[in-house]
Write a protein that binds this ligand. Structure first.
Ligand code: GLC
Ligand code: MG
Length: 251
């Protein structure tokens, strides 16, 4: 057993089955203590919304928190996001212009204030409307010279992000900072905003058994032996995957 970089989504991936999470936490905490394994949470939530979750659930303190769909990186003990990462994202990003463009679409309902972040504008959008609105919105943003990406998750959440940011890109930035090899890195997720975690390269990927159709569809058409679709749900699925890849031993 040796040190690895463990990156996991929270809602419906790490969090969702309290008993299974307690068991996984026990193994991870032990591994971190013995091998300096790095525990990283990568969530769509803002820092505020993440803190709310920590008051409700028994989470381990992560070494790094990546919040707001990869757009903010918080190292342990710091209240301010990684400045080098923020500087990277500000290139070519014009949030006000993106928001003004989105305002042309009646089907886009802004999410709560807490989820509107410097490098993320978020909306609710129904699945029925999405097929029509997404290509039109993307075209209009491009026509206005905005270099963005749209991430649609769970058949309801739409995030507008800078081109240079998503969960996968944030993971790569962090992995390089920590000087950990892709093959010693494993990411876990269940929904659309986790997809980028699985498309970066040689990193191992665990898709939990309860993953949404949007991610399963990708798995069935693109996945390779670096990706593992677990049978078990949430944290139990993560544990299953970590054992599959031999990051954790069977006992
Ligand atoms: C989380 C965030 C929300 C985002 C969604 C999908 O629920 O709070 O703002 O749209 O993840 O990425
Ligand atoms: Mg999730």
């Amino acid at each position: 057993m040796s040190r690895f970089l463990f990156v996991t989504d929270l809602d419906n991936t790490l969090v969702g089955d309290d008993l299974a999470m307690a068991e996984l936490n026990h193994h991870l905490a032990q591994h971190r203590q013995q091998h300096q394994t790095q525990i990283v949470y990568s969530t769509g939530r803002s820092l505020t919304s993440y803190r709310k979750l920590t008051s409700e659930k028994d989470l381990l303190e992560p070494d790094v928190l990546i919040s707001a769909v990869g757009t903010e990186i918080y190292h342990k003990g710091s209240e301010t996001p990684d400045a080098a990462w923020s500087a990277k994202l500000s290139q070519g990003w014009d949030r006000d212009k993106a928001v003004a463009t989105a305002a042309h679409f009646a089907d886009l309902t802004p999410q709560s204030e807490s989820e509107q972040r410097p490098f993320k504008a978020s909306y609710f959008l129904t699945e029925q409307a999405a097929a029509e609105v997404l290509p039109q919105l993307e075209q209009m943003l491009r026509d206005r010279g905005l270099d963005i990406q749209l991430i649609y998750s769970g058949g309801k959440d739409l995030d507008i992000l800078p081109r240079q940011a998503n969960k996968g890109m944030a993971m790569t930035f962090l992995r390089q900072t920590l000087e950990i090899e892709p093959v010693s890195t494993v990411a876990c997720g269940d929904s659309g905003n986790d997809l980028s975690l699985f498309t970066v390269g040689q990193e191992r990927g665990i898709i939990v058994g309860n993953a949404l159709p949007e991610l399963l569809q990708w798995y069935h058409t693109h996945a390779n032996s670096h990706h593992y679709l677990a049978t078990a749900h949430c944290a139990a699925g993560i544990l299953e995957g970590l054992r599959h890849f031999k990051f954790l031993s069977e006992e």
